[in-house]
Design a protein around this ligand. Structure first.
Ligand code: GLU
Length: 506
């Protein structure tokens, strides 16, 4: 079994937007598969028609395309085990339902919702199991003829697994080690619903993992309670030898650390919990996504990888390929991972500032185009090079650079109060003359000329430069002044000083 090819799957149910925790699950599957030269499959688990949400499958596929997480097989790709959508695999499952029935590992049950309700009301903590199944209307309590008669009459039935009582079930988990559960706590879960002619999650999941030759089941901790049943199903189906190795990933916790991360935490604290924007087709509610908020896919991947895994040293920045190299389950934690959304922002900042000026300019051009601002790529590159260090998101670009494209219409009160001095007006009037006489209007040269002039006149450099900045930018902020005015050009620079001197009252 150890030389088995690594084949893992991400198996979402299309019940809405893909949660960021699901993205992390898929990422860990990807890292594990690639690390071991294996395959990653995308399987859509859509057997619960009540919970099916249109658009969810496309959303899932688009999310991973954006993130750069590639599947080797599955929905949208194809492969030897197609189809990969469970709703298209009905015939396949039927056979295994019959096998379990014939082998006595499952039975047919006719109990109506009302009857089940009555059983629940009569027995505290009722569950359908070895102790209570004799109270039900099922193929263990009814005669064979009666069962056949009911089915022939079209009565709706379900197939339940027959859990053998008082057996220790061992789940061998790569994160948690050996987890032992006594089968007495398990209930006879429904495996198949005749009304839908479809198996439930549990059976379809096991059958598909087996048929698709899945070697490792890597999924969220919320599935750990289902694992003992899954182990038993492998046994009942005669597949114990090729049962996949389990790994249940730690929960993503609220930023404060108490309880599971939810969409409400995102709304409350202002961060996305979905990779992409999602419009709920029923309610029309819109949720923002990492992509739409201006996160770079590499930053999201890097951030998520470290939510529950660590490299064993203090390296934080990892490309996807570096993550593949570094990843192992030894360093996946059992404890839940606090969702540090501020750290996500930090990663985005790091990835943005490490992009080339040309790449950041490419993010800037559409922002400028939307504002109907004409700016050639060379100028855009120069401008972004000056402000790159301050960006968390591409959308910050406008905030940081608008003064290059639009003259200030007002002058920040606070800056004026602090920086505008009684002598500012006279100094700037003289500065306009100095600038007018400079032919080589490059940053370096202007800096030389102006600094010498400041020194020769015994001015205070801070007063000169801060007052100058207010007239050009509108506030005491922005990159190196001489770089700014080189881009603006002589005429525009002098105009701005002149206009400011008209508008600003001493
Ligand atoms: N369909 C389940 C889900 O939505 C799959 C759980 C598993 O990976 O076994 O997460």
């Amino acid at each position: 079994m150890t030389d088995r090819k690594v084949r893992v799957r991400f198996a979402p149910s299309p019940t809405g937007a893909l949660h960021i925790g699901g993205v992390r699950t898929a990422l860990y599957n990807y890292l594990y598969a690639k690390k071991h030269g294996g395959d990653l499959l995308l399987r859509i688990e859509d057997t619960d028609s009540n919970r099916f949400v249109p658009g969810a499958e496309d959303y899932i596929i688009e999310s991973f395309r954006w993130l750069g997480i590639k599947f080797d097989e599955g929905v949208g790709i194809g492969g030897d085990h197609a189809p990969y959508r469970q709703s298209e695999r009905r015939e396949i499952y039927k056979k295994y339902v019959d096998q379990l029935l014939n082998d006595g590992h499952a039975y047919i049950a006719f109990d109506t919702p009302e009857e089940l309700e009555a059983m629940r009301a009569a027995t505290p903590n009722f569950q359908y199991d070895a102790r209570t199944r004799n109270q039900g209307k099922n193929s263990l309590t009814l005669s064979k003829e009666e069962v056949e008669k009911r089915i022939a009459a079209g009565e709706k039935y379900v197939v339940r697994v027959k859990i053998e009582p008082n057996e220790d079930v061992e789940v061998d988990d790569m994160v948690r080690g050996k987890v032992v559960i006594n089968s007495n706590v398990l209930d006879d879960k429904v495996l198949y619903k005749a009304a839908d002619e479809l198996p439930t999650y549990h059976l379809a999941n096991i059958v598909d993992d087996h048929l698709m030759e899945i070697s490792h089941v890597i999924r969220g901790e919320e599935w750990l309670p289902s694992a003992p049943l899954h182990v038993l199903l492998y046994r009942y189906l005669g597949w114990a030898d090729t049962m996949p190795q389990f790994a249940h990933l730690p929960l993503l916790l609220k930023p404060e650390g108490n309880g599971k991360l939810s969409k409400r935490d995102g709304d409350r604290l202002g961060f996305p919990v979905f990779p992409l924007r999602w419009v709920d087709p029923k309610t029309g509610d819109v949720s923002t996504g990492y992509r739409e908020e201006g996160y770079l896919p590499e930053a999201v991947v890097n951030f998520l990888a470290l939510m529950g895994w660590n490299p064993g040293n203090d390296q934080e920045i990892f490309s996807l390929d570096q993550l593949v190299d570094a990843f192992s389950f030894e360093h996946v934690s059992k404890a839940g991972a606090r969702f540090d959304y501020k750290k996500a922002m930090w990663f985005n900042h790091e990835y943005l500032i490490n992009k080339s000026d040309a790449d950041v300019a490419a993010l800037f051009m559409p922002i400028l185009a939307e504002k109907n601002i004409k700016c050639d790529v060379a100028a855009a590159e120069k401008i972004v090079s000056m402000v790159k260090g301050r960006l968390n998101f591409p959308k910050d670009l406008w905030e940081e650079t608008s003064f290059f494209f639009e003259r200030p219409t007002e002058y920040d009160e606070k800056s004026l109060k602090k920086r505008w001095k009684p002598e500012s007006r006279e100094i700037l009037t003289n500065l306009m003359d100095i600038l007018a006489r400079i032919d080589d209007f490059t940053s370096k040269n202007m800096e030389d000329v102006v600094m010498k002039w400041i020194e020769a006149n015994g001015y205070n450099t801070g007063t000169v430069m801060n007052s100058f900045r207010i007239t050009i930018v509108g506030a005491a902020k922005g990159p190196h002044m001489f770089d700014v005015i080189e881009v603006l050009g002589k005429e525009e620079t002098i105009d701005r000083v002149r206009i400011a001197l008209e508008k600003i009252k001493d």
